[in-house]
Write a protein that binds this ligand. Structure first.
Ligand code: S3P
Length: 433
């Protein structure tokens, strides 16, 4: 692997082996910091994600007057209670992070001051009407560009009231934004959902003393009359980062990888379920509950994969892993069909278009559908120049493809991995022999 800044060269590895840790879970890190900021007292968050997205959350909180001390992966957040934020002097910068913008908007909707929140070009192109509509129904004064559909968002805090809201998309970010706003509202707030999405907000809220009721099709919160308890949180490894090694280990002919301390919350383990159904040799050991989140050590070995159909309720449980699953499908026997995943078009890049375009350049036989992809497995991939489209998950997926291509795969904009996994390239170098 060459070490140039703007291109990374990957070559087929002879062997992939070793024991690794993956960075702290991105979704849990964002939530720990935001919830810690509105708790009373100091929250300690260990193994906080080093990715740029989670640093965007810390920076926004600092701009809102929150004291934050970060030493390596341990973050102390000095909670100010429900009404202690200060008006920021400038536009809040969420960078590339949809979770920062959407979750924080839920809190800002109830603060008695003006906030403007924006982000990079990718975030400014992502759908925000889905956030603005329910918050407005709760009484929030929140506006966006392009007829309230795009960031920057302008939020003038207001008194909120609880609502019952059927989520039109199975989005954990929108669910969480509404639940956070619900903490400040009068009356109960209920989010109804057809499909279960990640439930880290609910788990943390319960730990902090909030009255949360949840079932597979709804979650409710009652407004807080007292401040939330502070957190002492150990963030488990991010299964969305582990996914790259689970696929690499499965498709590489000479692989044996152990991933320690990885989060295995059932709302996130769709990647494991699908890889197992494809025939992957994956084992979970030492399963335990840490800070109310399931954690395990994962083992993966070279496997012979077969195609499957991926659709329906598993999709929200693996939405971020679909680009790397497409790589797995390239080396599986048969035709893999992915459906019901139109949400991929609203991510950091249009992940249906970008995954299809870049894997096609490597020789994959892959076709886009409006809500998914069809991948004919078994054709050998040949290295060439590919682009990450500044999308972290695409950069890492292409790198995993590069481990089994003939010749060199040159990935442009490889630094995108820093959004969620800054040590990705170092870990790859350590595993690939
Ligand atoms: C996230 C939820 C998902 C996911 C994103 C992180 C979260 O987005 O794709 O990477 O932390 O809540 P949606 O809520 O838009 O589906």
């Amino acid at each position: 692997m060459a070490g140039k800044t703007l291109v990374r060269t990957i070559q087929r590895a002879k062997r992939l082996a070793g024991e690794i840790i993956v960075p702290g879970d991105k979704s849990i890190s964002h939530r720990g910091a935001i919830l810690g900021s509105i708790a009373s007292g100091i929250s300690k968050i260990s193994n906080y994600s080093p990715g740029k997205d989670c640093l965007s959350t810390l920076n926004c909180l600092k701009s809102l007057g929150i004291r934050i001390i970060r030493k390596a992966s341990v973050v102390h957040v000095y909670g100010v209670g429900l009404n202690g934020y200060k008006e920021a002097e400038d536009v809040l910068d969420a960078g590339n992070s949809g979770t920062t913008m959407r979750l924080l908007s839920g809190v800002l909707a109830a603060q008695p001051f003006l906030s403007v929140i924006s982000g990079d070009a990718s975030l400014r192109a992502r759908p925000m009407k889905r956030l603005i509509t329910p918050l407005q129904l709760m009484g929030a004064k929140i506006y966006g560009r392009n007829d309230n559909s795009l960031a920057p968002l302008v939020i003038k805090g207001n008194k909120l009231h609880g609502i019952t809201y059927p989520l039109p998309v199975p989005s954990a970010q929108i669910k969480s934004a509404i639940l956070l706003a619900g903490l400040f509202a009068s009356g109960k707030t209920t989010v109804a959902q057809k499909e279960m999405s990640r439930d880290h907000t609910e788990r943390l809220l319960k730990q902090m003393g909030v009255n949360v009721e949840s079932g597979s099709s709804y979650t409710s919160v009652t407004p807080m009359v007292k401040p939330l308890n502070s957190l002492n949180l150990f963030v488990p490894g991010d299964i969305s980062s582990a996914a790259y090694w689970l696929v690499a280990g499965s498709i590489h002919p000479n692989a044996n990888i152990k991933i320690v301390n990885c989060g295995v919350n059932p709302t996130r383990t769709g990647i494991i379920d699908v890889l197992l159904a494809m025939g992957a040799r994956i084992k979970l050991e030492n399963q335990r509950l840490e800070c109310n989140e399931p954690v395990a050590d994962l083992y993966v070995e070279s496997s012979e994969l077969k195609a499957v159909e991926i659709k329906g309720s598993v999709i929200p449980r693996l939405i971020d892993e679909i680009p790397v699953l497409a790589v797995a499908a390239c080396s599986a026997r048969g035709t893999t069909i992915i459906r019901d995943a139109g949400e991929l078009r609203a991510k950091e890049s249009d992940r249906i278009a970008t995954t299809v375009r870049e894997l096609t350049r490597l020789g994959a036989r892959i076709e886009a559908l409006s809500d998914g992809m069809v991948i004919n497995g078994g054709s050998s991939l040949v290295g060439t120049e590919v682009e990450s489209h500044s999308d972290h998950r695409l950069a890492m997926s292409l790198a995993i493809a590069g481990l089994i291509t003939q010749g060199k795969t040159n990935i442009l904009q490889p630094q995108a991995v820093g959004i969620s996994y800054p040590d990705f390239w170092e870990t790859l170098e350590r595993l690939a022999r």
